[in-house]
Design a protein around this ligand. Structure first.
Ligand SMILES: NC(=O)c1ccc[n+]([C@@H]2O[C@H](COP(=O)([O-])OP(=O)(O)OC[C@H]3O[C@@H](n4cnc5c(N)ncnc54)[C@H](O)[C@@H]3O)[C@@H](O)[C@H]2O)c1
Length: 358
Protein backbone atom coordinates (compact mmCIF):
# COMPACT_ATOMS: atom_id res chain seq x y z
CA UNK A 1 0.00 0.00 0.00
CA UNK A 2 1.33 3.44 -0.96
CA UNK A 3 2.34 5.85 1.79
CA UNK A 4 1.16 9.35 0.92
CA UNK A 5 3.37 12.39 1.41
CA UNK A 6 1.75 15.06 3.59
CA UNK A 7 2.84 18.68 4.02
CA UNK A 8 1.71 21.03 6.77
CA UNK A 9 1.02 24.75 6.28
CA UNK A 10 0.53 26.59 9.58
CA UNK A 11 2.70 24.91 12.22
CA UNK A 12 1.23 26.40 15.40
CA UNK A 13 -1.33 24.86 17.75
CA UNK A 14 -3.72 22.87 15.56
CA UNK A 15 -0.97 22.27 13.06
CA UNK A 16 1.43 20.61 15.47
CA UNK A 17 1.32 21.37 19.20
CA UNK A 18 -2.27 21.32 20.48
CA UNK A 19 -1.60 17.78 21.71
CA UNK A 20 0.16 19.46 24.65
CA UNK A 21 -3.13 21.17 25.57
CA UNK A 22 -5.76 18.43 25.18
CA UNK A 23 -6.13 15.38 27.48
CA UNK A 24 -3.41 12.85 26.66
CA UNK A 25 -5.87 9.96 26.45
CA UNK A 26 -7.55 11.59 23.42
CA UNK A 27 -4.48 10.64 21.39
CA UNK A 28 -3.32 12.36 18.20
CA UNK A 29 -5.16 15.65 17.76
CA UNK A 30 -2.95 18.05 15.78
CA UNK A 31 -2.51 17.52 12.04
CA UNK A 32 1.14 16.54 12.52
CA UNK A 33 0.26 14.01 15.24
CA UNK A 34 -2.47 12.63 12.96
CA UNK A 35 -0.02 12.04 10.11
CA UNK A 36 2.36 10.39 12.55
CA UNK A 37 -0.38 8.10 13.89
CA UNK A 38 -1.60 7.11 10.43
CA UNK A 39 0.43 4.29 8.89
CA UNK A 40 -0.48 5.44 5.35
CA UNK A 41 0.92 9.00 5.64
CA UNK A 42 4.27 10.62 6.28
CA UNK A 43 4.70 14.33 6.98
CA UNK A 44 7.69 15.22 4.85
CA UNK A 45 7.68 19.03 4.92
CA UNK A 46 6.18 22.03 6.66
CA UNK A 47 5.63 25.72 6.10
CA UNK A 48 5.11 28.69 8.39
CA UNK A 49 6.01 32.35 8.38
CA UNK A 50 7.59 31.85 11.81
CA UNK A 51 10.90 30.02 11.49
CA UNK A 52 11.21 29.47 15.27
CA UNK A 53 7.89 27.59 15.31
CA UNK A 54 8.92 25.50 12.29
CA UNK A 55 12.19 24.68 13.98
CA UNK A 56 10.25 23.15 16.88
CA UNK A 57 8.12 21.15 14.44
CA UNK A 58 11.36 19.94 12.89
CA UNK A 59 12.62 18.75 16.27
CA UNK A 60 9.38 17.08 17.34
CA UNK A 61 8.39 15.56 13.99
CA UNK A 62 11.77 14.99 12.40
CA UNK A 63 11.35 17.44 9.53
CA UNK A 64 14.84 18.48 8.37
CA UNK A 65 15.77 22.14 7.95
CA UNK A 66 15.76 21.94 4.15
CA UNK A 67 12.13 20.76 4.28
CA UNK A 68 10.99 23.77 6.34
CA UNK A 69 9.66 26.50 4.05
CA UNK A 70 8.56 30.06 4.71
CA UNK A 71 6.97 30.04 1.24
CA UNK A 72 4.26 27.38 0.93
CA UNK A 73 4.19 27.72 -2.86
CA UNK A 74 7.84 26.76 -3.04
CA UNK A 75 7.16 23.81 -0.73
CA UNK A 76 4.31 22.50 -2.88
CA UNK A 77 6.34 22.90 -6.06
CA UNK A 78 9.42 21.14 -4.63
CA UNK A 79 7.86 18.45 -2.44
CA UNK A 80 4.73 17.58 -4.47
CA UNK A 81 2.73 16.39 -1.43
CA UNK A 82 -0.36 14.23 -2.01
CA UNK A 83 -2.06 15.70 1.08
CA UNK A 84 -1.82 19.36 2.09
CA UNK A 85 -2.87 20.50 5.56
CA UNK A 86 -3.98 24.11 5.96
CA UNK A 87 -3.88 24.88 9.68
CA UNK A 88 -3.68 28.67 9.42
CA UNK A 89 -6.38 31.07 10.61
CA UNK A 90 -9.40 31.47 8.27
CA UNK A 91 -8.11 34.85 6.99
CA UNK A 92 -5.15 32.90 5.52
CA UNK A 93 -7.01 29.87 4.22
CA UNK A 94 -8.50 30.61 0.80
CA UNK A 95 -5.33 31.52 -1.14
CA UNK A 96 -3.51 28.49 0.25
CA UNK A 97 -6.33 25.99 -0.40
CA UNK A 98 -6.82 27.32 -3.93
CA UNK A 99 -3.09 27.17 -4.67
CA UNK A 100 -2.79 23.62 -3.29
CA UNK A 101 -5.83 22.47 -5.32
CA UNK A 102 -4.42 23.98 -8.50
CA UNK A 103 -0.92 22.62 -8.00
CA UNK A 104 -1.23 18.89 -7.62
CA UNK A 105 -2.64 18.13 -4.14
CA UNK A 106 -4.87 15.06 -4.22
CA UNK A 107 -6.40 15.83 -0.84
CA UNK A 108 -6.64 18.84 1.47
CA UNK A 109 -7.19 18.84 5.24
CA UNK A 110 -8.43 22.40 5.83
CA UNK A 111 -8.98 23.68 9.35
CA UNK A 112 -12.24 25.29 10.29
CA UNK A 113 -13.66 27.87 9.87
CA UNK A 114 -13.60 27.19 6.13
CA UNK A 115 -13.18 30.77 4.91
CA UNK A 116 -13.16 34.40 5.99
CA UNK A 117 -15.88 35.36 3.47
CA UNK A 118 -18.49 33.66 1.30
CA UNK A 119 -16.75 34.98 -1.79
CA UNK A 120 -13.58 33.15 -0.75
CA UNK A 121 -15.59 30.01 0.11
CA UNK A 122 -17.05 29.99 -3.41
CA UNK A 123 -13.63 30.38 -5.01
CA UNK A 124 -12.35 27.48 -2.88
CA UNK A 125 -15.25 25.22 -3.94
CA UNK A 126 -14.56 26.10 -7.56
CA UNK A 127 -10.81 25.31 -7.36
CA UNK A 128 -11.30 22.10 -5.37
CA UNK A 129 -14.03 20.73 -7.65
CA UNK A 130 -12.35 21.79 -10.91
CA UNK A 131 -9.23 19.88 -9.89
CA UNK A 132 -10.99 16.81 -8.44
CA UNK A 133 -9.43 17.28 -4.99
CA UNK A 134 -10.81 15.58 -1.85
CA UNK A 135 -11.28 18.01 1.03
CA UNK A 136 -12.17 17.50 4.66
CA UNK A 137 -12.81 20.36 7.07
CA UNK A 138 -11.30 20.03 10.56
CA UNK A 139 -14.64 19.75 12.33
CA UNK A 140 -13.39 16.82 14.36
CA UNK A 141 -16.65 15.51 15.78
CA UNK A 142 -17.71 14.39 12.27
CA UNK A 143 -15.06 11.62 12.65
CA UNK A 144 -15.41 10.96 16.37
CA UNK A 145 -16.60 7.38 16.98
CA UNK A 146 -18.65 8.52 20.02
CA UNK A 147 -20.67 10.97 17.92
CA UNK A 148 -20.87 8.31 15.16
CA UNK A 149 -22.53 6.05 17.74
CA UNK A 150 -24.90 8.85 18.83
CA UNK A 151 -25.90 9.25 15.17
CA UNK A 152 -26.37 5.47 14.83
CA UNK A 153 -28.75 5.54 17.82
CA UNK A 154 -30.78 8.33 16.16
CA UNK A 155 -30.78 6.61 12.75
CA UNK A 156 -31.71 3.19 14.20
CA UNK A 157 -35.21 4.47 15.01
CA UNK A 158 -34.92 3.03 18.56
CA UNK A 159 -36.12 6.38 19.97
CA UNK A 160 -38.48 7.27 17.10
CA UNK A 161 -37.88 10.03 14.57
CA UNK A 162 -35.58 12.96 15.34
CA UNK A 163 -37.47 16.14 16.26
CA UNK A 164 -35.07 18.57 17.94
CA UNK A 165 -31.35 19.11 18.44
CA UNK A 166 -30.08 21.22 21.33
CA UNK A 167 -26.45 22.33 21.29
CA UNK A 168 -25.39 23.97 24.55
CA UNK A 169 -22.22 25.71 23.41
CA UNK A 170 -22.13 27.62 20.15
CA UNK A 171 -19.44 30.11 21.21
CA UNK A 172 -17.84 32.39 18.62
CA UNK A 173 -19.10 31.69 15.13
CA UNK A 174 -15.89 31.00 13.19
CA UNK A 175 -13.91 29.31 15.93
CA UNK A 176 -16.54 27.47 17.96
CA UNK A 177 -19.85 27.33 16.09
CA UNK A 178 -18.10 25.90 13.03
CA UNK A 179 -17.69 22.73 15.15
CA UNK A 180 -21.21 22.87 16.56
CA UNK A 181 -22.94 23.62 13.25
CA UNK A 182 -21.14 20.70 11.62
CA UNK A 183 -22.33 18.38 14.39
CA UNK A 184 -25.91 19.61 14.06
CA UNK A 185 -25.79 19.02 10.31
CA UNK A 186 -24.29 15.56 10.72
CA UNK A 187 -26.73 14.38 13.38
CA UNK A 188 -29.54 15.28 10.99
CA UNK A 189 -27.77 13.45 8.11
CA UNK A 190 -26.66 16.69 6.43
CA UNK A 191 -30.21 17.47 5.34
CA UNK A 192 -30.85 20.91 3.80
CA UNK A 193 -31.45 23.92 6.03
CA UNK A 194 -34.52 26.07 5.25
CA UNK A 195 -33.69 29.12 7.39
CA UNK A 196 -31.80 30.41 10.42
CA UNK A 197 -32.35 33.10 13.01
CA UNK A 198 -29.37 34.42 14.93
CA UNK A 199 -28.34 36.97 17.52
CA UNK A 200 -24.79 38.14 18.19
CA UNK A 201 -24.66 39.76 21.65
CA UNK A 202 -21.66 41.96 20.73
CA UNK A 203 -22.29 41.96 17.01
CA UNK A 204 -23.05 45.66 16.60
CA UNK A 205 -19.56 46.58 17.80
CA UNK A 206 -17.79 44.07 15.57
CA UNK A 207 -19.36 44.76 12.18
CA UNK A 208 -17.60 47.69 10.58
CA UNK A 209 -19.01 48.13 7.08
CA UNK A 210 -17.76 45.16 5.08
CA UNK A 211 -15.27 44.20 7.78
CA UNK A 212 -15.86 41.89 10.70
CA UNK A 213 -13.24 43.03 13.19
CA UNK A 214 -13.58 40.05 15.56
CA UNK A 215 -15.04 36.56 15.58
CA UNK A 216 -18.49 37.21 17.09
CA UNK A 217 -20.22 35.00 19.63
CA UNK A 218 -23.63 34.02 18.32
CA UNK A 219 -26.64 31.89 19.17
CA UNK A 220 -29.90 31.11 17.46
CA UNK A 221 -32.02 28.60 15.60
CA UNK A 222 -31.50 26.43 12.54
CA UNK A 223 -34.65 25.12 10.86
CA UNK A 224 -34.07 22.11 8.63
CA UNK A 225 -36.30 21.51 5.61
CA UNK A 226 -37.35 18.11 7.04
CA UNK A 227 -38.97 19.79 10.08
CA UNK A 228 -36.12 19.16 12.55
CA UNK A 229 -35.29 22.26 14.58
CA UNK A 230 -31.83 22.86 16.02
CA UNK A 231 -31.22 25.30 18.88
CA UNK A 232 -27.65 26.55 18.96
CA UNK A 233 -27.33 27.98 22.47
CA UNK A 234 -24.71 29.35 24.80
CA UNK A 235 -26.53 28.03 27.84
CA UNK A 236 -23.45 27.71 30.03
CA UNK A 237 -23.49 23.90 30.00
CA UNK A 238 -20.44 23.67 27.74
CA UNK A 239 -20.03 21.36 24.76
CA UNK A 240 -23.07 19.17 25.36
CA UNK A 241 -25.65 18.17 22.78
CA UNK A 242 -29.02 16.49 22.98
CA UNK A 243 -31.05 14.86 20.25
CA UNK A 244 -34.72 14.71 21.21
CA UNK A 245 -36.67 12.06 19.32
CA UNK A 246 -40.36 11.11 19.29
CA UNK A 247 -39.93 8.51 22.07
CA UNK A 248 -36.81 9.54 23.95
CA UNK A 249 -33.53 11.38 23.82
CA UNK A 250 -29.82 10.74 23.43
CA UNK A 251 -27.29 13.14 24.93
CA UNK A 252 -23.57 13.67 24.59
CA UNK A 253 -22.15 15.18 27.80
CA UNK A 254 -18.77 16.69 28.63
CA UNK A 255 -17.66 17.03 25.01
CA UNK A 256 -18.43 13.40 24.25
CA UNK A 257 -16.93 11.91 27.43
CA UNK A 258 -20.26 10.62 28.69
CA UNK A 259 -23.43 9.48 26.95
CA UNK A 260 -27.02 9.14 28.09
CA UNK A 261 -30.15 7.64 26.64
CA UNK A 262 -33.66 8.20 27.95
CA UNK A 263 -36.18 5.77 26.51
CA UNK A 264 -39.61 4.31 27.35
CA UNK A 265 -39.39 1.82 30.19
CA UNK A 266 -42.82 1.75 31.76
CA UNK A 267 -46.31 3.28 31.47
CA UNK A 268 -47.94 5.82 33.75
CA UNK A 269 -51.54 5.76 35.04
CA UNK A 270 -52.77 7.17 31.70
CA UNK A 271 -50.76 4.64 29.67
CA UNK A 272 -48.17 7.24 28.68
CA UNK A 273 -44.51 6.31 28.39
CA UNK A 274 -42.28 6.85 31.41
CA UNK A 275 -38.71 7.46 30.26
CA UNK A 276 -35.91 5.56 31.97
CA UNK A 277 -32.15 5.45 31.56
CA UNK A 278 -31.21 3.34 28.52
CA UNK A 279 -27.95 1.71 27.54
CA UNK A 280 -25.67 3.65 25.18
CA UNK A 281 -23.96 1.17 22.79
CA UNK A 282 -20.30 0.31 23.35
CA UNK A 283 -17.88 1.74 20.83
CA UNK A 284 -14.17 1.75 20.28
CA UNK A 285 -12.55 5.16 20.75
CA UNK A 286 -10.15 6.33 18.04
CA UNK A 287 -8.71 9.84 17.63
CA UNK A 288 -10.92 11.90 15.33
CA UNK A 289 -7.95 13.54 13.55
CA UNK A 290 -6.60 10.10 12.66
CA UNK A 291 -10.05 9.03 11.40
CA UNK A 292 -10.30 12.22 9.30
CA UNK A 293 -6.88 11.57 7.71
CA UNK A 294 -7.73 7.90 7.08
CA UNK A 295 -10.90 9.11 5.35
CA UNK A 296 -8.80 11.25 2.97
CA UNK A 297 -6.44 8.33 2.34
CA UNK A 298 -9.44 6.17 1.49
CA UNK A 299 -10.67 8.82 -0.95
CA UNK A 300 -7.29 9.02 -2.68
CA UNK A 301 -7.13 5.19 -2.85
CA UNK A 302 -10.65 4.70 -4.19
CA UNK A 303 -11.79 8.00 -5.71
CA UNK A 304 -14.83 7.92 -3.41
CA UNK A 305 -15.86 11.21 -1.78
CA UNK A 306 -14.68 11.86 1.80
CA UNK A 307 -17.09 12.20 4.70
CA UNK A 308 -17.18 16.01 4.67
CA UNK A 309 -16.24 17.28 1.23
CA UNK A 310 -15.98 20.83 0.02
CA UNK A 311 -19.75 21.42 -0.39
CA UNK A 312 -20.48 20.70 3.27
CA UNK A 313 -17.50 22.83 4.25
CA UNK A 314 -19.08 25.67 2.29
CA UNK A 315 -22.47 24.99 3.93
CA UNK A 316 -20.80 25.35 7.33
CA UNK A 317 -19.51 28.77 6.29
CA UNK A 318 -22.92 29.71 4.93
CA UNK A 319 -24.49 29.04 8.35
CA UNK A 320 -21.93 31.33 9.99
CA UNK A 321 -22.70 34.14 7.55
CA UNK A 322 -26.45 33.49 7.75
CA UNK A 323 -26.31 34.00 11.55
CA UNK A 324 -24.48 37.27 10.97
CA UNK A 325 -26.98 38.31 8.32
CA UNK A 326 -29.87 37.57 10.65
CA UNK A 327 -28.27 39.73 13.34
CA UNK A 328 -27.73 42.60 10.89
CA UNK A 329 -31.41 42.37 9.95
CA UNK A 330 -32.48 42.66 13.60
CA UNK A 331 -32.95 38.93 14.17
CA UNK A 332 -34.97 38.28 11.01
CA UNK A 333 -35.41 34.83 9.59
CA UNK A 334 -32.78 34.31 6.87
CA UNK A 335 -33.66 31.80 4.17
CA UNK A 336 -30.99 29.59 2.64
CA UNK A 337 -29.33 29.63 0.16
CA UNK A 338 -27.95 32.86 1.53
CA UNK A 339 -27.48 35.82 -0.72
CA UNK A 340 -24.31 36.98 0.94
CA UNK A 341 -23.23 40.55 1.27
CA UNK A 342 -19.55 41.52 0.92
CA UNK A 343 -18.51 40.84 4.48
CA UNK A 344 -15.13 39.47 5.52
CA UNK A 345 -13.57 38.42 8.80
CA UNK A 346 -10.41 40.49 9.09
CA UNK A 347 -9.05 40.53 12.61
CA UNK A 348 -6.06 42.42 13.77
CA UNK A 349 -4.38 39.58 15.64
CA UNK A 350 -1.02 37.94 16.09
CA UNK A 351 -0.71 34.15 15.88
CA UNK A 352 -0.65 32.44 19.24
CA UNK A 353 2.40 30.94 20.89
CA UNK A 354 2.12 27.15 20.79
CA UNK A 355 2.94 25.12 23.89
CA UNK A 356 5.97 22.95 23.13
CA UNK A 357 5.67 20.87 26.30
CA UNK A 358 2.66 19.30 27.95
N1 LIG B 1 -10.15 21.36 15.01
C1 LIG B 1 -9.93 21.87 16.19
O1 LIG B 1 -10.35 21.35 17.22
C2 LIG B 1 -9.12 23.13 16.31
C3 LIG B 1 -8.46 23.48 17.50
C4 LIG B 1 -7.69 24.65 17.52
C5 LIG B 1 -7.61 25.45 16.40
N2 LIG B 1 -8.30 25.10 15.26
C6 LIG B 1 -8.24 25.92 14.06
O2 LIG B 1 -6.95 25.78 13.47
C7 LIG B 1 -6.57 27.01 12.85
C8 LIG B 1 -5.23 27.43 13.41
O3 LIG B 1 -5.36 27.68 14.79
P1 LIG B 1 -4.09 27.93 15.73
O4 LIG B 1 -4.59 28.24 17.08
O5 LIG B 1 -3.12 26.83 15.53
O6 LIG B 1 -3.58 29.28 15.01
P2 LIG B 1 -2.36 30.27 15.24
O7 LIG B 1 -2.85 31.62 14.94
O8 LIG B 1 -1.68 29.99 16.53
O9 LIG B 1 -1.36 29.79 14.09
C9 LIG B 1 -1.54 29.99 12.73
C10 LIG B 1 -0.18 29.76 12.08
O10 LIG B 1 -0.33 29.97 10.66
C11 LIG B 1 0.86 30.61 10.22
N3 LIG B 1 0.63 31.23 8.92
C12 LIG B 1 -0.14 32.30 8.61
N4 LIG B 1 -0.08 32.60 7.30
C13 LIG B 1 0.77 31.66 6.75
C14 LIG B 1 1.28 31.43 5.44
N5 LIG B 1 0.94 32.21 4.42
N6 LIG B 1 2.12 30.40 5.24
C15 LIG B 1 2.50 29.59 6.28
N7 LIG B 1 2.04 29.77 7.54
C16 LIG B 1 1.20 30.78 7.77
C17 LIG B 1 1.19 31.58 11.33
O11 LIG B 1 2.52 32.03 11.29
C18 LIG B 1 0.89 30.75 12.56
O12 LIG B 1 2.02 30.04 13.04
C19 LIG B 1 -7.70 28.02 13.13
O13 LIG B 1 -8.53 28.12 12.01
C20 LIG B 1 -8.43 27.41 14.31
O14 LIG B 1 -9.81 27.74 14.34
C21 LIG B 1 -9.01 23.96 15.21
Amino acid sequence: METYKAALIGCSRMGAFIDNEVPEERGAYSHAAGYEACDRTRMIACSDLRTDVMEQVGLRYDVPKDKQYTDYKEMIASEKPAIVSVATQPEHRADIVIHAAENGAKAIYAEKAFAASMEEADAMVDAVERNGVHLNLGTNRRWDPGFDTMKDVIDSGRLGGLKTLILHSTSSLFNGASHGFDLLLRLNSDRPVAWVQGHLPDGDDLIDGERLTEDPVGHGMIQFEDGVTAYALNSGRGMEIEAVCENGAVTGLGNGDEWQIREPGAKDHRDRDILVQGEFPDYEYRPSTLCLIEDLVHSIDTGQPPRCGVRLARRNNELIFAFIESHIRGGARVELPLEPRKLRLNRDREPRQPRYQR
